[in-house]
Design a protein around this ligand. Structure first.
Ligand code: PHE
Length: 450
């Protein structure tokens, strides 16, 4: 078995973890949730959720990974030998595999739309709904796109953590931030930007309901990549001098920054075109936006071409860095459990996830009628992963670090054995013991009965 190589720099650690967090969830899911839940009021609640629940839970995952320097399953087994807590490790790896299988489907669509956009086809087409329907129901094109995306992820993971994940994150994350910056400036120049900004910045608290608050907690978990073994696995490659609370704070800040800026890109653009709703749902990125790009830049089509090309490139990079972390979570387990070389372990994971991915992809077309409880395969994977395993995993992580682990061990990890101060330790403990598990339990019950 290969020896474990840690990340080589602090910036590499922050960028790789932020790469995991920043994904389709920020650029696509966050604006959709903001649109569905009334704009600014949702954003305020979301920010509170990140700060009060997201950051402490992320710190817990970090400390479990860094303390054990092992894949997620072994990490829990090491900390609680012979106890049922190890189920969290197993569910983390299993859910990472499930999510990767359907994440590559949407990522493949993004790749296809990027190619369509760069080749000018997207500008020529007028009926975006027909284009979307024709593509996702096609018998092999989306499968091919998903496979191409999987190959990209595979090639990076097969190179290892330092020369794969870290090196690519250091290039992709700054590029991603640059593209976001350019797009925000373009978007603010659009005619509807004032109205878009008002929607984003002026809270209307009458819109706040229990459902909105619960959606905000759910979005915070998804967006920060919590409870899926990803950050725990990355943390197993952190060095002894990495400051866990500070790193969790930086990663959450970057993630939130990207999510809010995506709102600044999408809403001014959406408000610039009449007849397009802010709550356009999952079709927002693939049906509404191309339409918006086309109409908003009708006078200068070249700008529309650049804008849409950059947007899909942004989405692809964000998806790639997240898929890398999902892949690594499973690959680290396979290579350490079976003692096989990294390349072989990565290949095994890629083939398994791609096989499941084919089923997810076909569930939009030829296998549309294959349903369980009324859900097609894609929806079933998403439901089981995001609505069942994820919240339960979140609760287990909180209870594990808050109640089971030795308080001294937790304190030592968070303060690097007393060498860096962490004044909020008691607050952290209170959140992880009571606030976070109760809040997540509320989401869970709500999501199940909703
Ligand atoms: N956090 C990612 C996003 O915002 C999604 C993700 C979930 C990535 C789980 C890795 C693991 O899209």
């Amino acid at each position: 078995m290969e020896s474990r190589k840690n990340f080589s720099s602090k910036i590499g650690i922050v960028l790789a973890s932020a790469g995991s967090a920043v994904g389709l969830g920020n650029v696509w899911r966050f604006p959709t949730e903001v649109g569905n839940n009334g704009g600014a009021a949702f954003i305020i609640i979301y920010l509170l959720c990140i700060l009060i629940i997201g950051v402490p839970v992320m710190m817990s995952e970090f400390l479990i990974g860094r303390h054990t320097h092992a894949n997620t399953i072994t990490a829990y087994a090491k900390l609680a030998p012979g106890k049922w807590w190890r189920i969290e490790g197993v569910s983390g790896v299993a859910v990472a595999m499930l999510i990767l299988s359907y994440y590559i489907v949407i990522s493949g669509w993004t790749l296809y739309y990027l190619i369509q956009s760069l080749s000018g086809q997207l500008q020529e087409s007028r009926d975006y709904k027909a284009l979307y329907d024709g593509f996702v129901t096609h018998p092999w094109l989306p499968v091919l796109a998903g496979a191409a995306f999987m190959c990209m992820t595979h090639l990076i993971i097969a190179r290892g953590v330092q020369s794969g994940v870290e090196r690519f994150s250091k290039v992709m994350m700054p590029l991603l931030l640059l593209i976001i910056g350019i797009l925000v400036v373009c978007s603010l120049g659009m005619p509807g930007s004032a109205e878009g900004l008002r929607f984003l910045l002026q809270p209307d608290f009458t819109k706040l309901t229990g459902r909105v608050i619960l959606s905000a907690i759910g979005q915070a978990f998804f967006s920060l990549s919590l409870a899926m073994g990803c950050l725990c696995t990355y943390a197993s490659y952190f060095g002894p001098d990495t400051k866990l609370p500070k790193t969790a704070m930086s990663v959450s800040l970057i993630d939130t920054f990207v999510a809010v800026l995506s709102g600044f890109i999408i809403f001014p653009a959406v408000f610039s075109v009449e007849g397009v709703g802010v709550d356009a749902g999952p079709g927002l990125v693939f049906i509404t936006l191309p339409n918006v790009f086309n109409m908003a830049f009708a006078a200068i089509p070249f700008l529309g071409y650049v804008f849409s090309g950059l947007f899909y490139l942004l989405l692809l990079l964000a998806a790639l860095t997240s898929a890398m972390s999902l892949h690594e979570s499973v690959t680290a387990y396979v290579l350490e459990r079976f003692g096989i070389p990294r390349k072989r372990a990565a290949a095994l994971v890629s083939v398994c996830c791609m096989t499941l991915g084919v089923a997810c992809s076909l569930s939009f077309g030829v296998w549309k009628h294959l349903t369980v409880f009324g859900l097609n395969i894609f929806e079933l994977f998403d439901f089981v992963a995001a609505k069942i395993i994820l919240p339960l995993g979140g609760i287990i992580i909180c209870l594990f670090t808050g109640w089971y682990l030795d308080r001294k061990l937790v304190h030592n990890e968070l303060t690097n054995h007393g060498t860096v101060p962490f004044r909020l330790f008691r607050v952290y403990l209170f959140i992880i013991r009571y606030v976070a598990p109760l809040a997540i339990a509320a989401v869970f019950v709500h999501e199940l009965i909703a």
